[in-house]
Design a protein around this ligand. Structure first.
Ligand code: 6YU
Length: 499
């Protein structure tokens, strides 16, 4: 009977929890989640720095409005501030870039003015929009989003600001350089040169002004976990291999899949839902599946990108930024070449940090900034001691403010690349990727035959337009649960005729 089938979910992040909960609510009696670590939530991870709650992983609900299931659930659980719930907030269409009030500081210790930075930001926004149109126009006239942006920026800077002095033009180019580093963080990529122009624009935004969880993103996980039947999660159970059958015959009471755990346990199953991050899949696909993944799926795993974006929280006794400031940008005056990669990573990794977002409200957080750094520079930062990172942050802030006495109280950083079960931060569309790659990632194994749907795939990387987000991940978990639900509610699929 369908509802008795053995279903194993690999990974207890939001997509795994979403899948298991939907199956359990539908009446499936034998659902089990195997999780490698000792906790639920995966890349949703709330931590503490002193008395402050901070998000080590996901930060915002992107596009909190009716079409966003994370918003709807969080509202239902009472996890959001009243302000986030207003109709006005829900209807704001910010296109993925919140209207943050910036402060700009330059490497010569100057604070830059609105007149200096406004035109650079405008130009950059314009080009991002143009760059995202290639996915539906077809054709990729440039090798990457980075190349497209660089060529267009140089052209337009020359056209628009030709009358301005050379130092002024150079400063504008340096600002654009900083904005390239911002985009590396947004997209979770080492360089914009690794982003494919054809895939850029697949990502879709929802209306709503991005909001945070006053008591932490993990509140959402805790509420969902309370709804799951007790005892269905096995923690510290890393799955090492999923043995499936390419051409399995239907046989009574024989489960086609065996899930092998790292410490030797072998669990028979009818269906396995894989929710491990794409970074993990890229590294371990060769041993995680037996027989191996079909070639078209493997190639899509390789083409899709998975990069690193880390946070460095820094706490101060008092602010050195304006009271209304939401984000601090750092502009290196020696970087007007529009290159978003640091040449000498070990010595100068901190030049990749684009700046800081301000944790608000101040009454809740005190004076805490969140630094953002993507790419190999970010991965190198993870290998340094906390003291070394604190030292670099102190020097950086002293240089940009021109104030040699500023001393952070403490710092705390994320280390997503070296997290053995994540291997990076989130998915981006690499060079040569298109929506078919995401469909390939999501395609179950085998698709047809007497024992179809032995291995199913969920997780943020498998959502065709909301990859890299929590709502994307949740929707993929529900999608795979629905796939099994409809499989068992179509009589012909679970009672194959024997020849
Ligand atoms: C969002 C945001 N956000 C910042 C940072 C990060 C991410 N995201 P999980 O990894 O959660 O679960 C898998 C589980 O599997 C896990 O528990 C493992 O331990 C386990 N596992 C692995 N191997 C196993 C094995 N062998 N056996 C058993 N178990 C195993 N999303 O909505 N808002 O603000 C951010 C951010 C630093 C790291 C984010 C954000 C991404 C989400 O966190 C992420 O998608 C989901 O949590 C993933 O859930 P899951 O279930 O799939 O995997 C314009 C444009 C372009 C496009 N991009 C722009 C969008 C911006 C992206 N936003 C990111 C921004 C931040 C700041």
């Amino acid at each position: 009977h369908g509802l008795d089938s053995q279903i194993v979910v690999v990974g207890c992040g939001i997509s795994g929890i979403g899948a298991a909960l939907k199956l359990a609510k539908h009446g499936f009696r034998n659902v089990r989640i195997l999780e490698a670590t000792g906790r639920s939530g995966g890349r949703i991870k709330t931590g503490r720095m002193g008395n402050n709650i901070i998000e080590i992983g996901a930060n915002w609900i992107h596009g909190p409005s009716e079409a966003n299931p994370v918003f709807c659930l969080s509202r239902q659980y009472g996890l959001l501030d009243p302000e986030s719930l207003t109709a006005e907030n829900q209807s704001l269409d910010i296109g993925g870039h919140p209207p943050w009030l910036p402060n700009w500081f330059s490497s010569s210790g100057r604070k830059l003015t609105v007149e200096q930075m406004g035109p650079a930001m405008e130009l950059f926004g314009e080009l991002l929009e143009e760059g995202s149109e290639f996915s539906h126009k077809g054709g990729e006239p440039y090798n990457s989003v980075g190349e497209f942006l660089r060529i267009k920026m140089r052209q337009r800077v020359a056209e628009r600001w030709q009358g301005d002095s050379l130092p002024c033009q150079s400063l504008r180019l340096s600002m654009l350089n900083t904005l390239l580093k911002v985009e590396c963080c947004v997209n979770g990529t080492h360089t914009m040169d690794a982003l494919g122009l054809g895939g850029y624009g697949l990502y879709k935004t929802l209306p709503g002004l991005d909001c945070t969880f006053p008591k932490g993103y993990e509140g959402l996980i805790n509420n969902l976990m309370k709804e799951l039947p007790t005892g269905i999660v096995s923690y510290h159970h890393p799955v090492s291999c999923v043995h499936w059958q390419r051409e399995a015959r239907k046989a009574e009471r024989v489960h086609p899949v065996t899930v092998e755990c790292a410490h030797g346990e072998r669990i028979p199953a009818d269906h396995v839902i894989i929710t491990v991050p794409l970074g993990y899949l890229k590294k371990y696909h060769g041993t995680l599946f037996s027989p191996p993944l079909p070639l078209h799926k493997l190639h899509s795993v390789q083409r899709m990108g998975f990069g690193t974006n880390n946070k460095i929280f820094v706490e101060f006794d008092k602010p050195w930024w304006d009271e209304d400031c939401d984000v601090v940008y750092l502009v290196w005056e020696d970087e007007s070449d529009l290159v978003d990669q640091v040449a000498d990573v070990e010595r100068l990794w901190f030049k990749k940090l684009f700046g800081f977002s301000v944790l608000k409200p101040t009454e809740r957080y005190g004076h805490v900034l969140c630094g953002w750094i993507a790419g190999h520079e970010s991965e190198f930062m993870e290998t340094l001691s906390e003291l070394e990172v604190k030292h670099s942050m102190t020097n950086l802030i002293r240089k940009f403010t021109g104030n040699p006495t500023i001393t952070p109280r403490r710092i705390l950083r994320s280390q997503w690349f070296h997290d053995p079960w994540t291997c990076g931060s989130y998915t981006y569309t690499g060079i040569g990727t298109c929506v078919q790659d995401i469909h390939n990632l999501a395609q179950p194994l085998p698709l047809n035959g007497e024992q179809p749907l032995q291995v199913l795939f969920a997780g943020e990387a498998t959502h065709p337009s909301f990859f890299s987000t929590v709502h994307g991940a949740l929707l993929t978990g529900w999608r795979e649960a629905d796939r099994l639900i409809s499989h068992y509610s179509t009589p012909s699929t679970h009672q194959p005729t024997r020849s």
